[in-house]
Design a binder for this molecule. Structure first.
Ligand code: AMP
Length: 399
């Protein structure tokens, strides 16, 4: 699959709108805890600046759901971007309001403007054509470099692409790199191929789990989502996170795995806590013995050992979702140990998802991974064989 290439655009001195993914994780003090997504966009931004373009950047941050919510202001991103680019970044105080339109129109060559959080406008997630039109009116060229959101048919990702012809739109370098990497991974993964899937809920990754089954040899489940499976297997899971409406789906996944000969692993022990807090009382218990009223917040040491064994012969690892509540030190151990093991292996190791990328960076093993994708949901959808709505309009049609 070949994408419209930014290098083929006649950009010199023109105004370019670049959709970026600056949806970065923040700590409890409002600091950016992992700026990988911002750094990953620099190649495309610098390329445009080297062409003397006036550069308009836009991204979402969090889920403000169409309202202006101060804590989701993109201002911290503008500050970090300014440090990384070593040049001034103008910030518009709205998205398509008076300020943004005036600043975009006055923007000169080699200047950079960042719009406020796209999701302050409800039209963004609704893929509203009027909103796309307003965004498109700011620039002569459109570049999508927001891999992490390319699986969403949103106004700045999908709708806007219809307002530029093939000579005026393209994929940025980051988007190209991600699509190429996953293209190769789907076509010919070196086997055995294991997926480590964690995070909070089954619901967010249900389809991905089903679609990954025919492609992988092993699935290792951790995080909150494991408890829906454990409950379905008849275990008493106490007050652990569970999605009762998905018990049947969990059974279906386990049945499918069996049918396809995919080895399906669940935690055999957990760190159980009496409450969801750093100062909780906690203990290691087997999956059979979670005390009533307690919740499993991490995988236990026996599971870590089991998962290491299971990963020993693996040649390709895809990891999406933490094994526990890694944000709290007390429940980060399982994720940390798996991170070290994956990092030390000679397999091709692919990490996807904001949380998992944040996790491996906190552990300090990010440099050891083969590839850290800036998109969790997007990378899973690619592996499922889907064509992403934000990428489809940028594919070069074969003659
Ligand atoms: P997701 O966004 O679905 O990938 O989930 C990531 C979140 O899952 C992280 O913020 C973790 O704190 C959370 N998480 C992981 N394990 C558990 C667990 N056992 N119980 C509750 N939350 C969890």
């Amino acid at each position: 699959m070949e994408l419209l290439n930014i290098k083929k655009l006649d950009l010199a001195g023109k105004k370019v709108f670049i959709r970026c993914d600056f949806n970065v994780p923040m700590d409890e003090f409002g600091n950016i805890s992992d700026d990988r997504r911002i750094r990953s966009a620099l190649s495309t931004i610098n390329y445009c600046l080297d062409q003397d373009c006036a550069v308009i950047l836009a991204s979402h941050l969090g889920r403000p759901k169409g309202e202006v919510v101060e804590k989701y202001s993109i201002a911290p991103v503008a500050r970090r971007l300014q440090q990384l680019l070593k040049r001034e970044v103008l910030l518009a105080c709205d998205v398509i309001g008076e300020d943004a339109m005036a600043k975009a129109s006055a923007l000169k060559e080699t200047e950079v403007l960042l719009l406020e959080n796209l999701r302050f406008e409800i039209g963004e997630t609704q893929n509203d054509p009027a909103f796309s039109k307003k965004l498109s009116s700011m620039a002569e060229f459109y570049v999508n470099d927001a891999f992490g959101v390319s699986h969403r048919a949103h106004a700045s990702v999908e709708g806007i692409t219809h307002l530029f012809d093939e000579k005026h739109k393209a994929a940025g370098f980051l988007l190209q790199k991600e699509i190429q990497f996953f293209g190769k991974l789907i076509q010919k993964p070196v086997r055995p191929f294991a997926a480590i899937v964690g995070g909070s809920k089954v619901s967010g990754k249900l389809e991905a789990l089903i679609n990954l089954l025919p492609r992988v040899d092993k699935i290792l489940v951790g995080g909150g989502m494991a408890f829906t499976f454990l409950k379905q297997m008849g275990y008493d899971i106490g007050a652990s996170l569970v999605e009762d409406d998905l018990l049947e789906d969990a059974q279906h996944i386990m049945d499918e795995a069996k049918k396809l000969g995919v080895k399906f692993y669940l935690p055999i022990d957990v760190i159980a806590a009496d409450k969801f807090a750093e100062d909780a009382v906690s203990k290691i218990v087997t999956a059979q013995e979670i005390p009533s009223g307690w919740m499993g917040l991490d995988i236990g040491p026996a599971t870590v050992r089991l998962y290491r064994e299971a990963l020993n012969d693996v040649q390709t690892v895809l990891w999406n979702g933490p094994m526990g509540v890694y944000e709290m030190d007390k429940f980060a151990r399982g994720s940390n140990k798996i991170a070290h093991f994956v990092a030390d292996s000679y397999a091709t190791t692919v990490v996807g998802g904001g949380d998992t990328a944040d996790l491996v960076q906190r552990v300090g093993v990010d440099e050891e991974m083969t590839f850290i994708s800036t998109g969790g949901g997007a990378s899973l959808e690619l592996l499922e064989g889907k064509v992403l709505p934000g990428v489809l309009p940028l594919i070069i049609e074969e003659a």
